[in-house]
Design a protein around this ligand. Sequence first.
Ligand SMILES: Nc1ncnc2c1ncn2[C@@H]1O[C@H](COP(=O)(O)OP(=O)(O)OP(=O)(O)O)[C@@H](O)[C@H]1O
Length: 597
Amino acid sequence: MYAATKRENMAHSKDRTDVRSTLSSSISLLKTYLKPQWLKVSLLAFLLCVSIGLEILGPQLLGQFINAIQGSMQILVRLALLFIALVIGNQLVTALASYISEDISWQATNEMRVDLVLHCLNLDMSFHKLHTPGELLERVDGDIAQLANFFSRFIFMVLARVVLMIGIVTLTIIADWRIGLLMLAFTLLMIILLHPLQSIAVPHFRAARQASADLASFLEERLSSREDICSLGAQPYVMLRFNQVARHLLHATRLSSVTGQFFSSSIEIILAMAVAAILTLGAYLLRSGQLSLGTIYATYAYTTLLTQSLYVITYQVDQLQSALASLQRLTELFRTSSAIVEGPGVPLPAGALPVSFADVSFGYTAEKPVLRNISFELPAGKTLGLLGRTGSGKTTLARLLMRAYEVQQGAIRLGGRDLREAALNELRSRIGVVTQDVQLFHASLRDNLTFFDSAIPDERLKEVIAELNLAQWYASLPAGLDTLLTGGGVSLSSGEAQLLAFARVFLRNPDIVILDEASSRLDPLTEKLIEGAIARLLAGRTGIVIAHHLETVQHVDTILILEDGTIGEYGERAKLAADPASRFSQLLQTGLSEVIV
Ligand SMILES: Nc1ncnc2c1ncn2[C@@H]1O[C@H](COP(=O)(O)OP(=O)(O)OP(=O)(O)O)[C@@H](O)[C@H]1O
């Protein structure tokens, strides 16, 4: 019993420590992004004070107007003009304040967006395997937008409203302590009741939002698989399920509106009671000559202002919960560090680099080793042809060379230096990779080639295109380097996309080239172009070619056949080809162009 209680206490204290540490890192995150804008934040605070002052002054002026209604016309006109000027002034100050608060919040959150995108891009591949792009999009866009609202609305609006409420109650107490205390009592009553009243409505409001999100994701999923649905004649089942989801949305929305209405009606009733009580007391004080009509009017106006402020605060406090949840998720993401540790920055030798694998083993999970005791040497400027069945670990070997994952045993050396000693940036700038899956951006050909680096001149791009023998293909493009790729623009065939990927790598002029050959067949013309491009790309560089066709390894120097993550065969291509007992020569003899080892 005691042990259980102790465990529970320990768990609670751990939770508390977690909450505290998340809260403190969330606060320091906020500070980081708000600090550079302290001048604007101070200006905003000043403007909000002015706006609060003007807001409080309005009912005072109208009260004076009412008191002076029997007096001189001149004073009345002056008061009326003053009131109009005050309203205009307040609107201008409010507009300026909302401009500054939006500016502060978007600048802060945009900086956070930039840092987060960079942070996510630098995280290792295993992180990205676990977190889908959709999830990261939700962090970078959804959560940060939530924070932007928090910055612009909550921090400034709620604080301003709280100060306004304190100002109103204080002023009313000064004008007449009895009415002031009555107002204070109603304000406290409202504060006490608002939360329970709201908690009746909020779950239904959330349920309605969830139901609406469910309907949207249901539609998105079914519409994206419309081909399968139509070809399998599954429309009736889809419609049946759609009706269920839509009906659920109807119920949830109806309940949400009714409870929402109950909430605002309750507030209206409390407000009516407050107004009635204040006016009755005011009438009594007026009759006994202790209060003017103008002060009663001002008190009435303040009561309405108070209720409005309470509405705003209640809504924003509810928003605070989601903002804090967003802030917590963002803090956690920022705290996630890459499994690949930056090397001490030992420089790699210049020029084509020799590659050496020494007893390398690796598995994505502890249970399943993918590569086991791989050792080979690839001299500088030579090319290795990597063959093996699908799933034998060829791509994994290339990933280890780029340090996308860390080897679990053994070492990989480039130019005699362990990969882990080089700076990641230098390492990756020295290796060029062309994968099967070429990613194109919805952008011009120029941007697709340069990765949006405007420092690379067009002449250099045209040189590379000519060097890779792509001039004819380039001439066929409607707008040259400005041709828009993908989407509404030109879509490339897989062969053309590969050629574009070659050009990208060629532009970066790396010292090691890794080519993951496309497994599908291309038309003979494109194949010729690709063959030529590969030869140019590999000239003077160390190369690893993951080959799916025997033609591709015709010109390589060494062959490595992977079998279930181990080396099945390794040696000079010419020697293996000449040895009738070798697997490679057997492969050549079968005459299969497609490699099935
Ligand atoms: N990111 C990953 N996480 C977990 N397992 C993976 C991952 N990538 C590959 N694997 C597994 O590792 C093994 C080797 O995969 P790899 O992609 O290296 O093979 P491959 O020889 O390149 O295959 P292919 O010729 O089809 O491209 C496979 O069993 C695969 O399922």
